[in-house]
Design a protein around this ligand. Structure first.
Ligand code: FE2
Ligand code: FE2
Length: 472
């Protein structure tokens, strides 16, 4: 059931009047932000068939209806509490989890929550023009589903800030609406969230790789000793899965179509002549978003990461699959780069926690690429997509001062600059992609020429269902 409250929630918001009032005060600013910085041209005259979380059980979770985007019911939902939950890692291992923020970890926790929270509205801002270039109504609806859920993730973080961080938290919640993706004076906190997402290949790669970084981060935060943070992020993960589905299947459908068009062009022909997206361009966008998303995991050797782990604030993905949860005298073999060559050195495991999470992330990405390559294989192609080496195109961490090609071979900066458009999208590539996306496809059941239709529609509806309705 949809609650009659202004802010749908399962946190008994009405029993805490002060908090309820504070959030109701923030709500109109949020809506204003959504109107200004959310999907451009799709605010007042379009009904979108979206899923709205109205509770955390499977039924409430799969509630579909047409809504106008600004009227989406953004709510606050925490996963059910785990009875007698104990701290799963770090120096306080085995103690009961916290229902309040311990004073000594207040700043660290606030920083973690603000950094996560900042990414959510940022991606909505980055994607705000895509509706005008969409390949189909099905894709348009998926874009908006991702957007409204990122909006809800912002709500999730703002709820924590308002509930547990007093005045500071309220100020941070305001600032989350003030920073803007790509803005020179007030940019978003992390680099990947200031990059433009102008075309749908960017969008699909972003939801594949950058939303998957979201999954990494949310998995590690869901291990947190601060129980409300753990429960919030656990529920966010269920929504995040859909975002990666959109990315992975979006690229898969482009690949499918590219294979078809390549055959039509005659294998040696230029698929761009038929309006398709060539594999080289797909690989370049993969390289771009994978490397940007590696950066999001932070520096390889990090005393912050060690302290987050020691204090029980941020764990490893799937912490319960490890044997040692304190990791006091374990070491990680890390590849450093010294005098032009790789050298392996032991680093205290706690200081390598960012790299441990990055390892998990790279593995998760790699299985997605294996699934993409099956499409190429099925079509009899010998080409394959692949993840670039993790040293390639890095701007954060110990490889950032050097240049590497996608195989991880060191290059001079000059050579990298000279060859970079062999590996990363060039202005000409972007121009080409914009040219084939200039005409949006708004007719139910029709798809742009560069992408294959999906296997099935949303919520068991047909592919030609009118997922976005325009009011006359
Ligand atoms: Fe999110
Ligand atoms: Fe997401």
């Amino acid at each position: 059931m949809i609650s009659a409250e202004k802010i749908p929630n399962n946190v008994d918001l009405s029993s805490n009047k002060r908090l309820q009032r504070a959030l109701e005060h923030w709500q109109p600013k949020y809506i204003q932000w959504w109107r200004d910085m959310g999907p451009q041209g799709f605010q007042d005259y379009h009904q979108v068939y979206v899923r709205t979380a109205i509770s955390v059980d499977p039924e409430g979770w799969a509630h579909f209806e047409y809504v106008k985007l600004p009227e989406y019911r953004w709510g606050i939902f925490l996963a059910e509490p785990t009875p007698d939950r104990r701290i799963g890692f770090g120096d306080f291992f085995g103690q009961p989890v916290w229902q309040e923020v311990p004073g000594e970890f207040r700043n660290q926790l606030r920083r973690l929550i603000v950094t996560q929270g900042d990414t959510e509205p940022a991606s909505v801002e980055q994607q705000r023009w895509l509706g005008q270039r969409c390949p189909s109504l099905y894709d348009l609806r998926n874009l908006f589903q991702v957007n409204v859920e990122e909006g809800r993730h912002l709500w999730a973080m703002v709820y924590l800030l308002h509930s547990y961080f007093g005045r500071d938290g309220r100020d941070e919640a305001e600032e989350l609406l003030e920073r803007q993706s790509g803005n020179r004076d007030k940019p978003r906190i992390l680099e990947a969230f200031n990059e433009p997402i102008d075309n749908w290949l960017d969008f699909f790669m972003f939801t594949m790789f950058t939303d998957r970084d979201g999954k990494s981060q949310l998995m590690s935060l869901s291990e947190s000793s601060l129980d409300p943070l753990s429960r919030t992020t656990r529920f966010m993960l269920t929504e995040e899965a859909h975002h990666m589905f959109v990315g992975e299947t979006g690229v898969a459908r482009i690949l499918e179509r590219t294979c078809q068009l390549t055959k039509e062009a005659g294998f040696s022909g230029d698929v761009r002549k038929l309006g398709g997206i060539d594999l080289a361009t797909i690989q370049k966008h993969l390289n771009q978003w994978f490397s940007l998303s590696l950066d999001l995991h932070g520096g390889e050797v990090s005393s912050n990461a060690a302290s987050y782990f020691a204090n029980g604030l941020k764990g490893r993905a799937k912490e319960d699959t490890y044997d040692d949860h304190q990791v006091k005298d374990a070491y990680y073999n890390m590849e450093f780069f010294e005098d032009g060559r790789p050298v392996t050195k032991e680093v205290l495991m706690r200081n390598a926690m960012n790299e441990v999470l990055r390892d998990w992330y790279v593995g998760d990405c790699a299985s997605g690429v294996v699934r993409w390559n099956r499409i190429l294989e099925q079509h009899g192609f010998s080409d394959r997509l692949r993840l670039p080496d993790r040293k390639f195109n890095r701007h954060i961490g110990m490889y950032s001062g050097f240049s590497f090609d996608p195989n991880g071979v060191a290059l001079s900066k000059e050579e990298f600059d000279r060859r970079k458009y062999e590996w990363l999208p060039s202005p000409a590539d972007s121009e080409y992609l914009l040219s084939i996306m200039a005409q949006p496809v708004y007719e139910p059941g029709k798809f742009a020429n560069y992408i294959a239709p999906p296997r099935r529609g949303i919520n068991q509806l047909p592919i030609d269902f009118e997922y976005v309705r325009t009011e006359q």
